[in-house]
Each structure stands twice: as C-alpha cells, then as structure tokens.
Design a protein around this ligand. Structure first.
Ligand SMILES: Nc1ncnc2c1ncn2[C@@H]1O[C@H](COP(=O)(O)OP(=O)(O)OP(=O)(O)O)[C@@H](O)[C@H]1O
Ligand SMILES: [Mg+2]
Length: 258
C-alpha cells in the first residue's frame, strides 16, 4: 500500500469569486514523483501553491478544504507556516539565484532556518560539508567546486536552476514542489534537472507540474490530471497515461485539447 504523504480533501480556491479549483481530493504518495498535468489555466500552479501555503486567504482569495501533511492540516490555525515551507520546498519555473556567491546561495537557507547558526565558529566546516552535499545532489558540484565564491549570476541558466535546486534541498524538505522546472532551460540542462529529480525521489516526495507529456511519461509514478479547475483523473502514471478512463484525459493526451 502506498503511503500518502499529502492528502488533499475537498479543496476549493476562488480568485475574486472566479473558482480556480473545484472540490479537489487527491493523494500525493510518499517517495514518488506525482505529475500534475492539464491545459494552461486549469489550476496546476494554484494547486501547487496551496501545498506549502504560498496561497493564503485574503481579500481576493478564498480557500476551503483541507491539506493533510503527515496528518496535520496545513491550513489549520496555529500551524507554523515557516515550518510548513521548510518541510515543503519549491522550485520555480525560472531560476532566481540570490545576489550572492554560489556558496552563499546554498548556505543561506540553512542559516535563516537556524540549521547552521554561526559561520566561522566551529560550524564553518560543517556548512562547507552541506554546501558540497547539496550541490552534489543537484548535479552541480563538479562544475562549480573551484569557484564557490564567485557570484551566482555568472552561472548559465541551466546551472542557475540546478543552484536553485541545491538551495531548495539545503533545508532538507520532505516534499519538493516543482512548477515547470525545466521550462526556461535548453534540452541538455532540462535533462540534468530531470535526472536529479529522479535520484531525489527516494528521500523526497516530488510534485511536478509539467505541460510536457513526454516529461510526465519519463518521470511520473503518479498523475493528477486537472481540467478547468476540476480533478478529472488521478492514479498510477501507467494507468492514467496509458489507459485513461475519462474522455477529457484521452483528448488531452492525444493533443486535442490544451
Ligand atoms: N493571482 C491570481 N488572481 C486572479 N486569478 C488568478 C490568479 N492566479 C491564477 N488565476 C487564475 O486561475 C486559473 C488557474 O491558474 P493557474 O496559474 O493555476 O493555471 P495553470 O494550470 O498553472 O496554467 P499554466 O499552465 O498556464 O501555468 C486561471 O484562470 C488564472 O487566470
Ligand atoms: Mg502554471
């Protein structure tokens, strides 16, 4: 039996009274890659942003339903949002390295979350170890080990995205949310990110929003198919992608919609 890491229950989201997500219930299995697919505007990013409370209720945004992370509803009052965002990390479509060195980009998250409190007071070596570990996990170490103190902005876009992956991994999230993480990358860099995601899933539950069906086929163990804010179909990737039950899934996979 698969263990759900995240359980979404009756999730609804409205932007200015326009309903973007309609009664979504789904499981995100632990230590697997779940691909969220569907046509543009169907609510993929909205769903992803709910999973670490990047989307918060406000004047223009209403949210109802529950999202259980290991048995705790992350939208409950009293839940520490910073802790949720440490446990559930995010990789954006485009790399946004911080205006600091390669080393500092990776070290930053650990420092602000108090994981490595003081640099140069006995913890420096420790931090070096983590910087190497997460740059290696992101597949970037070999390329940057001799220029760790040069500005991150000098890296290529593909390298910057791997640096952002290293930065996201540096706080050791249980879940990593990736919103079209290869959309700004050339094919070789995209392949690099795909390989890293595959090797990370043993330890980290991954939710991957992608509009690339071939990417979903290469990476996904589990699929959520959204269509106009509704969850049309969800299940093991081999079932949803090869033998869809719903006509809308079939049409999307055939390239007739989206
Ligand atoms: N901040 C916002 N304010 C108002 N409407 C929004 C906002 N963000 C998203 N929407 C609307 O909600 C719907 C879902 O948007 P969302 O970005 O989740 O779609 P998506 O599936 O990620 O699309 P894409 O594939 O183009 O990235 C769309 O109709 C969009 O216009
Ligand atoms: Mg989107």
């Amino acid at each position: 039996m698969l263990i759900p890491h995240i359980q979404i229950q009756d999730l609804n989201v409205w932007y200015n009274r326009e309903q973007a997500l309609k009664n979504i219930s789904a499981s995100i299995p632990a230590s697997e890659i779940t691909a969220v697919i569907g046509p543009s505007g169907c609510g993929k990013t909205t769903l992803l942003r709910c999973l670490n409370r990047l989307l918060e209720e406000g004047e223009d945004i209403q949210i109802s339903g529950q999202i259980w992370l290991d048995g705790v509803d992350i939208y409950d009052r009293g839940v520490d949002v910073t802790e949720i965002r440490t446990r559930v990390g995010m990789l954006a479509p485009k790399p946004y390295p911080l205006p600091m060195s390669i080393y500092e980009n990776v070290a930053y998250g650990r420092r602000i979350h108090g994981l490595n409190k003081v640099l140069n007071k006995g913890n420096g070596r420790n931090l070096d170890h983590y910087v190497e570990r997460f740059l290696t996990a992101a597949g970037l170490w070999e390329e940057v080990k001799d220029r760790l103190w040069s500005p991150a902005s000098r890296l290529s876009t593909g390298q910057q995205q791997r640096l952002c992956l290293a930065r996201a991994l540096a706080v050791e999230p249980e879940v990593l949310l990736c919103d079209e993480p290869t959309s700004a990358l050339d094919p070789i860099s995209a392949q690099g990110i795909e390989e890293q995601l595959k090797s990370l899933k043993q330890k980290t539950t991954i939710v991957l929003v992608t509009h690339l069906l071939r990417q979903a086929r290469r990476l996904a163990d589990h699929v959520i198919f959204l269509w106009m804010g509704e969850l049309v179909e969800t299940g093991p990737a081999c079932e949803v992608l090869n033998d869809p039950k719903d006509d809308r899934t079939r049409a999307y996979l055939a390239g007739d919609i989206g």
